[in-house]
Design a protein around this ligand. Structure first.
Ligand code: NI
Length: 135
């Protein structure tokens, strides 16, 4: 019996979407307001889900306290109240779009999740725009 358990989290972060190898006009055309050289912020909502067998001993798929601490250590401490472009090493040369942030979060969490469990990351950049990455 495989069950999906989920934990919600939240962080605020600033970013700028641009490519240094493109002209300002091209960046403006592709990324619009997100190309603001002075950066801008989002209130990101995150849903991390783990799917796996229920452990017959504990009745858990995963201890939610462990998942909570994992999100705190791997995501909130590196991204909350940070400038994603400047403060998070993964975005030194990678545009911090919602897509790429979801992949970075998944890559950070995956090594800490039991290998026979599936991991899914849903990231809301705005209440209406969200992306999903499952590896
Ligand atoms: Ni933005």
């Amino acid at each position: 019996m495989r069950v999906k358990v989920s934990r919600k989290a939240h962080f605020n972060a600033a970013h700028r979407l641009y490519r240094p190898d493109w002209s300002f006009d091209k960046n403006e055309a592709i990324f619009g307001k997100c190309n603001n050289p002075k950066f801008h912020g989002h209130n990101y909502d995150l849903i991390v889900s783990v799917t796996g067998e229920i452990d017959p001993g504990t009745g858990y798929v995963m201890d939610m306290k462990v998942l909570k601490d994992l999100i705190k250590n791997e995501v909130e401490e590196t991204m909350d109240h940070k400038n994603l472009n400047l403060d998070v090493p993964e975005f030194e040369e990678l545009n911090p779009t919602a897509e790429n942030i979801a992949v970075v979060i998944w890559n950070r969490l995956r090594p800490h999740i039991k290998s026979d469990n599936d991991l899914e990351v849903v990231l809301y950049e705005t209440p209406r725009n969200f992306v999903t990455y499952s590896g």
